[in-house]
Design a protein around this ligand. Structure first.
Ligand SMILES: [Zn+2]
Length: 99
């Protein structure tokens, strides 16, 4: 009869990422809507989407991904009020995003 002790040692440990990217405040110079997150050092907070997202795996690349996300663009244009009231379309004129 097998004992349970094998399970104790042979657990299916998930390999943890060796190093997680930390949020860097210098990203705020590129992404003005960004700030540090209360979720932890590996998260960023988007003031436009009002959401936290992880930057632990991709670092600034994660921010770029968020920057390109439809959710973020929608929030961006909603706050910017570039669009007519009640506009719910999915096409956003990207050229309106001025540096
Ligand atoms: Zn956002």
């Amino acid at each position: 009869m097998m004992m349970d002790q094998e399970d104790a040692d042979g657990q299916n440990h998930q390999p943890k990422p060796r190093t997680l990217c930390r949020y860097l405040s210098k990203w705020e110079t590129t992404f003005h809507y960004l700030t540090s997150s209360h979720e932890g050092p590996h998260y960023a907070y988007c003031k436009m989407c009002r959401c936290n997202f992880s930057v632990g795996h991709g670092g600034k690349n994660d921010v770029s991904q968020h920057d390109k996300s439809l959710k973020h663009k929608r929030a961006n244009h909603t706050l910017g009020q570039y669009l007519p009231y009640g506009y719910t379309g999915t096409k956003y004129p990207v050229h309106l995003m001025q540096p």
